[in-house]
Design a protein around this ligand. Structure first.
Ligand SMILES: [Zn+2]
Length: 199
């Protein structure tokens, strides 16, 4: 929040700077660190100018936290031989303002044997997965069910969209051939960031 934008109703996320303790007292939904008041939650600011208090009213519903069984959509990052991290931006149909990270292990990729995560997804891919554990505040994911997997993939060589081909994915731009664990509706969910939705 910029210095000149102090007013009620502003949308803030955890960590956003709300002011300093010389100006305001720290109300519900905020915390103080080194004399600076930050938001503790995702929500909207409430400035009580009479009492010089700043608060944040949470706006995120309970249902937008990934729970066991939740179907989530995220971008694959840090793809390794046996693991990938998904940056989750959707739970069900709800887009998230904050970010959750979920871990996909090779054993949760498919009901069959998969030897290498690079044949499942690559960094930058959009993946639909199911939350199978939230133990110790860590999110563990699976793409084993038939309706789960990569829904959008980019060529790791040139960045163009990959198209399903016989036994894999091909790039119409550079001819590269790659493998993925595809969801059956690959390429049809075009609502991510609007960039693929030309209509
Ligand atoms: Zn390519």
């Amino acid at each position: 929040m910029a210095e000149n934008e102090r007013k009620s109703g502003l949308f803030v996320v955890p960590g956003d700077r709300l002011g300093v303790i010389e100006e305001f007292t720290s109300g519900p939904g905020t915390y103080v660190e080194d004399g600076v008041i930050h938001s503790q939650v995702t929500g909207r600011t409430l400035l009580d100018m009479l009492n010089r208090q700043v608060s944040v009213y949470p706006v995120v519903e309970e249902a937008t936290v990934p729970q066991v069984g939740s179907i989530v959509t995220g971008m694959a990052m840090d793809v390794r031989n046996k693991n990938a991290i998904l940056h989750i931006f959707k739970i069900g149909d709800k887009s998230l303002s904050g970010a959750f990270k979920g871990a996909l292990h090779i054993s949760g990729v498919s009901h069959g044997y998969v030897d290498n995560m690079y044949n499942v997804c690559k960094s930058g891919d959009i993946v639909r997965a199911k939350v199978i554990s939230t133990a110790n505040r860590s999110i563990f994911l699976s793409t084993a069910d038939n309706d789960l997997g990569v829904i959008y993939a980019l060529c790791s060589r040139c960045g163009h969209v990959l198209h399903p081909a016989d036994r894999g994915m091909s790039c119409s731009n550079c001819g590269n051939f790659e493998r993925r664990k595809l969801a059956p509706d690959y390429g049809k969910d075009v609502n991510h960031e609007g960039e693929r939705n030309e209509s």
